[in-house]
Design a protein around this ligand. Structure first.
Ligand code: DGL
Length: 272
């Protein structure tokens, strides 16, 4: 048996399991997932704080044997990717560039809208990355969506109402030169809202999900020839670490991952 690569996946909590779910589907590897559940949410915190937490978490995964790192957290990718890269020796992939590149492939009008946490949106990391691939973008923070998804209200009238308000604000007002045809989901939790958002959005808007785009990018890096992970392969080795209760991580996590999760270890790491 050939040894598989060990991929470390980092998120502020359970949301990044949406990225892990896509990775497991597309990339034949063993995984170590770290959720910094004791310190979440990252989405409302400052660059300095997020960078400090993210660097310590990335170094933890490197110590646990990760040979490459996927920063599943959009907020950490937006605010701290450079800091993370310079603090570890292994290759680091964030979710922003793959999401932006996928949006560029999908968009005909070269205009996109992005939704994410407060911190991701204020950093304008998506706008910069989209500009680099030739797209003009507007961004909107949707802070209430994360707690609603964690509550399990992914198809609930209250969530629909909240999402409708955010989208109305996003698309309010007329503008001659506005012609967006892509909505980029710039937060780990939003893939779970995809069906609800799809119902609310005009058909002309395609949804691009940074979780899926990132897994596709990692798959392309791991098998440049483009061999898809075989459906008959051995199931991946999965190990989970959480800074808050392992039991809570297990409970919430299964919803994000879509199957029951085992091997959760509670860890206490020093965030400097
Ligand atoms: N993981 C975060 C993100 O993708 C959302 C949750 C949080 O704010 O910590 O931006």
């Amino acid at each position: 048996l050939t040894r598989r690569p060990i991929i470390g996946v980092f998120d502020s909590g359970v949301g990044g399991l949406t990225v892990l779910r896509e990775l497991v589907r597309l990339v034949d590897a063993d995984y170590r997932y770290f959720g910094d559940t004791a310190r979440l949410p990252y989405g409302s915190k400052s660059v300095e704080t997020v960078a400090r937490y993210a660097v310590a978490s990335a170094q933890f995964l490197e110590r646990m044997g990760a040979e490459m790192l996927v920063i599943a957290c959009n907020t950490a990718s937006a605010l701290a990717l450079d800091a993370i890269r310079s603090s570890v020796k292994i290759a680091v992939t964030g979710v922003i560039a793959p999401g932006a590149e996928r949006a560029a492939q999908v968009s005909r009008t070269r205009q996109a809208v992005v939704i994410g946490t407060e911190a991701t949106v204020s950093s304008h990391a998506y706008c910069r990355e989209l500009a680099r691939v030739g797209l003009k973008a507007r961004e909107k923070a949707c802070p209430l969506l994360v707690p609603l998804v964690e509550e399990g209200w992914t198809d609930h009238p209250v969530t629909e109402q909240v999402a409708r308000i955010y989208l109305d604000e996003l698309f309010a007002g007329e503008s001659q030169d506005r012609d967006e045809d892509v909505l980029l989901l710039g937060c780990t939790h939003y893939p779970l809202l995809r069906p609800l958002l799809r119902r609310l959005l005009p058909l002309a808007l395609s949804i691009v999900d940074s979780a899926e785009s990132t897994a596709q990018a990692v798959a392309a890096m791991n098998s440049p020839g483009g061999h898809p992970a075989s459906p008959t392969r051995r199931p991946p080795g999965l190990q989970f670490f959480a800074t808050d209760s392992g039991e809570k991580f297990r409970r919430l996590g299964s919803r994000f991952l879509g199957w029951e999760l085992e091997n959760v270890t509670h860890v206490d790491i020093d965030h400097g």
